[in-house]
Design a binder for this molecule. Sequence first.
Ligand code: WT7
Length: 634
Amino acid sequence: MSRIKNLEDYSVAYRESVEDPSKFWGNVAEEFTWKKKWDQVLDWNFEDYYCKWFIGGKLNITENCIDRHLETKADQAAIIWQPNDPHEAPITFTYADVHREVCKMANVLKSYGVKKGDRVCLYMQMVPELAFSVLACARIGAIHSVIFAGFSSHALASRIEDANAKMVITADTAYRGAKQIPLKEVVDESLNACPSVETCLVLKRTGEEIYMKEGRDVWLHEALEQVSTENEAEVMDSEDPLFILYTSGSTGKPKGVVHTTGGYMVYTKYTFENVFQYDEGDTYWCTADIGWITGHSYIVYGPLLAGGTTLMFEGIPTWPDAGRFWKIISKFKVNQFYTAPTAIRALMAQGLENVDIHDLSSLKVLGTVGEPINSEAWQWYYEHIGKRKCPIVDTWWQTETGGMMISPIAGVTPTKPTYATLPLPGIQPALLDSEGKEIDGRGVEGNLCIKHPWPSILRTTWGDHERCKFTYFSTYKGYYFTGDGCRRDEDGYYRILGRVDDVINVSGHRLGTAEIENAINLYSAVIESAVVGYPHEIKGQGTYAYVICDPVAIEEYSMEELKKGISSMVVKEIGPIARPDKIQIVRGLPKTRSGKIMRRILRKVAEGDTSNLGDTSTLLDPSIVESIKEGAIS
Ligand code: WT7
């Protein structure tokens, strides 16, 4: 076991991983089950980007997640599922159960003609069938593309189309707190625009009546009755794509980040075990949704590769009350708990009465991910949830990195509030200045880049390798550029400062401002818009939209009506997660003579800081700034 137990182990591992990455990762990879061993550990080029790990290796990741544990852990809990309704009984799936369910699901996929390399879209809430579907795809070599069930039918359709998916798996409707979300209805709307989809498998979760299209829609429980409980795993190459996951960037259209099999497997298990110091018998809970990378790597793959017990929760933190997380921790004696700063802040605002009635003594490690954590939230988490005895691992990483990159190792790396601390073994960060020069030394800030590949780096963006090269490897020649600003302090510790591009992070959800603007501009009354983020107490960042409307529409409708229309358009195009927090109707946007919007000014106004807007002399019409300031929403 390549387990780091103390700082000395970490230093040795880190040094070895930098001195000879192939030797280091080759050793880690020995721990897995390969059908054929690799011929070469690594081949790469960041200047004309490609990257391959464990070249020539053959494997199936699900044999490593499941079959490999059957001999010793068949009866051990693999997945514990807690339903939305606290009165509905939880279900425990042992490794033997997961094996059976995944094999059955794999056979269903095959029986509907899904083959190795085909794309399957999963649009489901947090039910065990979602995890089984992910693994069933991997078992037969189909490429899964999970789409967060909060996205709208338009967003879903564009992702299904981009991936040219053959099958969609969904559920009738979803319970979400006190609400129900009509998943199948959303899928129906999007499938009108997606001729590539031949079959839609539907899980009966709530029993709500739904439309089933003949020849296309199939009840999952009926299909599962027809198949065998055994399935021989497909032989996959290390570099065969495992999944596509869409994520937002600076430009309009979300891109499909592609991860492959061998490197992703090696890295997610390694980081899971080390960062969380997961021990045999522990119960681990990550509150993310499998619709995001955190759920892929650290609800499904990492924990199962490690032979662990992973908890899945269908509901939300605030229903039926704000003590739900703490209740679940005490009920299942959770040992490692991993959540987002936005959830911590939201629950912190509810006071301690919902916390102190629950026994949290099982906790050993606390984790956070997705956005910078502010000092107050860090302290509250440490004191009131961890009772000052649980190290906090503030894990910095991205959809593109596949696994954690800069993070403390629990109980090993001394932590410092708001710092992601030190790079994990294999990760070589660099801070670059605007001229593209590396900034050495300590007590410095720059744009965070990575100098050398790690096993779970993205391999491409689906269907458009040029876009991958351009987005990540062209800003700084020879480096992977993360899009984040970062500080390295006097101790050599890293602190993530947030995005330096036009990406905002709202409640830990990554959104492109251009994507929101495109949605707003589709509304008939809108001429032009500009979206920026601003600091938000709970969400981390909020969405502030400046919108120019057509004078005729302004005559005809009230401001409230216009704002409502704009808001609904964003929800329709992207989903409720992108709904603007503030909309200001403006008569113009601050543009330079060359027509470029000066976003710096818009950000300042949105922050409520108009005292010093900097140099506005290059603006075409400086009076616009005054009118925007006057109409600003506080
Ligand atoms: C962006 C990536 C990694 C899974 C969830 C988000 C921000 C992520 C941290 C952290 C400060 C963080 C960065 C990054 N971010 N973790 N611990 N501290 N910022 O994945 O949706 O791909 O977003 O989230 O800005 O670039 P994602």
